[in-house]
Design a protein around this ligand. Structure first.
Ligand code: KG4
Ligand code: ZN
Length: 358
C-alpha cells in the first residue's frame, strides 16, 4: 500500500474548515495542513449559532479555506486519493455547502467521496494525534453532544451513556450567558473559574450516585440561574466563584459517570480513557481526568486543544481510514441533521447547539 492522502471538509456548525491528512502504510497519520476559519464574530452578537448566517458564511468562505489548505500542503487536487466531508450530524444548511463542494471536487477529479459522521471524526482523533489503540473508552463532550462510548475501531462504537437533556458544552455556554460572559462560553467560564472558589456554592449533581452512565446538566444550569439571581448584583468575585463551583461540579459528574462506564466494560478492558470534543479543550477537566486515570493505572489521552474543537483534520483522517479499509465511496451522500454514532442505541431526543441532537 502507498501513502493515502485525503482532503477533509467540515461545515457542520460555525467553523469552516479544510485539511489534508496522509496515512502511511504502517498506519501512522500525519496532518499535512489544517485550516479552520471561525465564524465567531458573525454569531457573537446573538449569543449562539444562527443557522442561516452560518450557511451563508460557509458559502462565502469555503472555496478560499480549501485553497489555503491545498496551498499550505503545497498540493494540487491531482495529489489526492479521496475527499471526505462531514455529512452530519449538524446544521443542514452548512452541511449542504460542504457536501455539494466535496461532490463537485470528487466528480471533477474522479476521486472517491466519503461522507463522515462528525462525531466519528471526534471519536477517532486520538488515534491520529496520540496513537490511541482500540478499544478505548471515549468521553465525547462538545456543544451538541455528551456521550460515553466504547470505541472498538473504525465503525465500531458502543454507546454506554448520553446526556438526557443539555450537552455539556451547551451548559458551559448557557452558564456564561447567564453570567454575562462572552460567547463561546466554555473558554470564558474556564478562565473565570481559575480565579474562583469552587467550594463556595454547593450545586446539584444530577444522576450522580445512580446506576448507569447517562448525564443530566439542565438542573445544574437552573441552580446557577437561581443562585445568580439570589446574590445579584454580581461582583467579579461572585462570577468567578460561580464559574469555579460550576466547573468543579461538572468534573464531579464526569468522574462518577466514567467510573460507572469503566465498571460496565470491565470484561473488555480499554487501553485508555480518551477525551474528545470542544469541552475536552478545558485544562481543568483534562487535569482531573488525568489524575483519575493515574490513580487507576489507565492511560489518559486527549488531542491537543485545537484538535478537540471542530476541525477538518479529524474528517480527513476518518476518510483516510475508510479508504484504507477499502470501504466504498459514495457520490450520492446526503446531509443528515441527526446521525447517532451507535445506530443500535436508543435515540435521545432533544435540541443541541447544532439543532436536533443525535
Ligand atoms: O466540538 P466543538 O468545537 O463543536 C461541536 O461539535 O459542538 O465544541 C464546541 C463546544 C462549545 O460549547 C464550547 O463552549 C465548548 O465546546 N468549549 C469548551 C472549551 N472550549 C470549547 N468548554 C469548556 N472549556 C473550554 N476550554
Ligand atoms: Zn464537534
Amino acid at each position: 500500500m502507498s501513502v493515502r492522502t485525503v482532503l477533509g471538509i467540515e461545515t457542520s456548525c460555525d467553523e469552516t474548515a479544510a485539511a489534508i491528512v496522509s496515512l502511511a502504510p504502517g498506519g501512522d497519520g500525519r496532518i499535512v495542513s489544517n485550516v479552520v476559519l471561525s465564524q465567531l464574530e458573525e454569531h457573537s452578537a446573538y449569543g449562539g449559532v444562527v443557522p442561516e448566517i452560518a450557511a451563508r458564511a460557509h458559502v462565502d468562505a469555503l472555496d478560499q479555506v480549501i485553497a489555503s489548505a491545498m496551498d499550505q500542503a503545497d498540493m494540487q487536487f491531482g495529489d489526492l486519493d479521496a475527499i471526505a466531508v462531514t455529512a452530519g450530524p449538524g446544521l443542514v444548511g452548512g452541511l449542504l455547502v460542504g457536501v455539494m463542494t466535496a461532490k463537485a471536487i470528487a466528480a471533477a477529479r474522479g476521486l472517491p467521496l466519503y461522507g463522515v459522521n462528525h462525531l466519528e471524526g471526534h471519536a477517532l482523533t486520538a488515534a491520529l494525534t496520540d496513537g490511541a489503540a482500540f478499544p478505548y473508552l471515549l468521553l465525547l463532550v462538545s456543544g451538541g453532544h455528551t456521550q460515553l462510548l466504547q470505541v472498538g475501531g473504525l465503525g465500531d462504537y458502543r454507546r454506554l451513556g448520553s446526556t438526557i437533556d443539555d450537552a455539556l458544552g451547551e451548559a458551559f455556554d448557557k452558564t456564561a450567558k447567564m453570567l454575562g460572559l462572552p460567547y463561546p462560553g466554555g473558554p470564558a467560564v474556564e478562565k473565570m473559574a481559575a480565579k474562583g472558589d469552587p467550594a463556595r456554592f454547593p450545586l446539584p449533581r444530577p444522576l450522580v450516585g445512580k446506576a448507569g452512565c447517562d448525564f443530566s446538566f439542565s438542573g445544574l444550569k437552573s441552580a446557577i440561574r437561581r443562585t445568580a439571581e439570589e446574590i445579584a448584583p454580581l461582583s467579579e468575585k461572585d462570577i468567578a466563584d460561580l464559574c469555579a463551583s460550576f466547573q468543579a461540579t461538572v468534573i464531579g459528574i464526569l468522574e462518577n459517570r466514567i467510573a460507572n462506564a469503566l465498571a460496565e466494560i470491565s470484561d473488555d478492558q480499554p487501553t485508555a480513557l480518551v477525551a474528545a470534543g470542544g469541552v475536552a479543550a478545558n485544562q481543568a477537566i483534562r487535569g482531573r481526568l488525568e489524575a483519575l486515570c493515574r490513580s487507576s493505572g489507565l492511560p489518559f489521552l486527549a488531542p491537543p486543544p485545537e484538535l478537540c474543537t471542530d476541525n477538518a483534520a479529524m474528517i480527513a483522517w476518518t476518510g483516510a481510514l475508510k479508504l484504507n479499509a477499502e470501504l466504498p465511496g459514495d457520490s450520492d451522500i446526503l446531509p443528515r441533521a441527526r446521525w447517532p454514532l451507535d445506530e443500535t442505541a436508543t435515540p435521545v431526543i432533544g435540541h443541541g447547539r447544532k439543532g436536533a441532537r443525535a
